[in-house]
Design a binder for this molecule. Sequence first.
Ligand SMILES: Nc1nc2c(c(=O)[nH]1)N[C@H]1C(S)=C(S)[C@@H](COP(=O)(O)O)O[C@H]1N2
Ligand SMILES: [Mo]
Length: 156
Amino acid sequence: MSQSHAVADTVAELALTGDLTRPARLTVPDLLAWPQHEADVSFECTTSGMRHHRFTGPLLHDVLSAAGPVFDPARRKDRLRFLIAVSGADGHHALLSWAEIDPDFGRAPVLLAATIDDTLLDRGGPQLVLPQDRCGARHISGINAIRVDGGYASWA
Ligand SMILES: Nc1nc2c(c(=O)[nH]1)N[C@H]1C(S)=C(S)[C@@H](COP(=O)(O)O)O[C@H]1N2
Ligand SMILES: [Mo]
């Protein structure tokens, strides 16, 4: 096995890409630099029933804002066309709207979790946590890519 594979096997990296002035590659230890929030969540899975976990990590909004999405922060309407595509290493993915997590709009306290049940997620990668979701399907684990896309302005 090459050395790059050995590194990838131990500390997962997340690529922040898209319409950002500061795209980045982040590890779970990097996520500990932001203010940490915690969430005790219960969600239902259609196959395994009710699940409970305690997560900690930064707000997704804090991490993505630091990457400099290319909207004018003073113009609230400018943000409404931005999408956030979150992908797990296994191909599971979901779309959020920027407005869903924006403090001026939906204010969903979505986390990019660095720990689950007091265990650091440095090998598998961070997990999306949506405390308001009844269903577990958007709690994407092993996130390896988040793409911010504001390309929907051409409709206007
Ligand atoms: N990467 C990835 N994350 C995923 C899934 C998946 O298939 N791949 N399944 C989701 C679904 S449907 C549920 S219910 C929860 C299950 O979380 P659990 O492992 O804590 O039960 O994970 C979610 N996160
Ligand atoms: Mo599920």
